[in-house]
Ligand binder design. Structure first.
Ligand SMILES: [Zn+2]
Length: 188
């Protein structure tokens, strides 16, 4: 009897714990186009599509609300020497994935769908598509079959991987320069 009660209580507690861990606060933004989902336990935020988007569709105009001297975990690299905080602010909650569904076009200054995005799907971009050398590398858990694991910027990825992704102009320029420098040092 005691054991039965204990089992019941324990399973009840673990149920409560998983409920708590799964609990999110949902905040609609941009006229209800997107949803910020904030995990109540960890405080981590992610931006989701509140409606479906077609591949190639422009989801939002983007801007730089403030330039920063060096990259941080929320900034985006807009050019070789340009790092800034995104406008609108909610776009900074778009996390990394090795199989991204959106691209920050920092030349055209908009956010574009790379493929069809379903309602409620989390938006994600490939950090090395804008970031050459990140100051806060991390281990990716995107669960994509092509997950690259450690993410620290385009500078650390082989060109054979990078060319599989849509990349910003400054990343393509830096990649080209790195290739030339490698060739020159090989000759020397
Ligand atoms: Zn990944």
């Amino acid at each position: 009897m005691t054991n039965a009660v204990c089992r019941e209580t324990c399973s009840g507690e673990s149920g409560l714990l998983s409920d708590l861990q799964a609990a999110v606060n949902t905040i609609p933004v941009d006229g209800g186009k997107f949803l910020i989902r904030e995990a109540l336990v960890t405080g981590s935020k992610a931006l989701h599509a509140a409606r479906p988007f077609e591949g190639g569709e422009i989801l939002s105009a983007i801007g730089m609300r403030e330039q920063v001297q060096s990259p941080n975990y929320l900034s985006v690299q807009f050019g070789e020497f340009e790092h800034g905080m995104l406008h609108p602010v909610h776009l900074q909650y778009i996390n990394h994935s090795c199989s991204p569904n959106v691209f920050f076009d920092v030349k055209a200054m908009h956010l574009r769908a790379l493929r069809t995005i379903g309602q409620d799907e989390e938006l994600s971009f490939f950090y090395p598509s804008t970031e050459w050398n990140m100051n806060q590398p991390f281990h990716c858990h995107c669960h994509s079959p092509s997950c690259l694991g450690h993410i620290q910027g385009a500078a650390y990825l082989p060109e054979s991987i990078l060319i599989q992704y849509e990349l910003s102009e400054h990343i393509k320029d830096l990649m080209q320069r790195a290739r030339t420098a490698a060739r020159c040092s090989a000759v020397a």
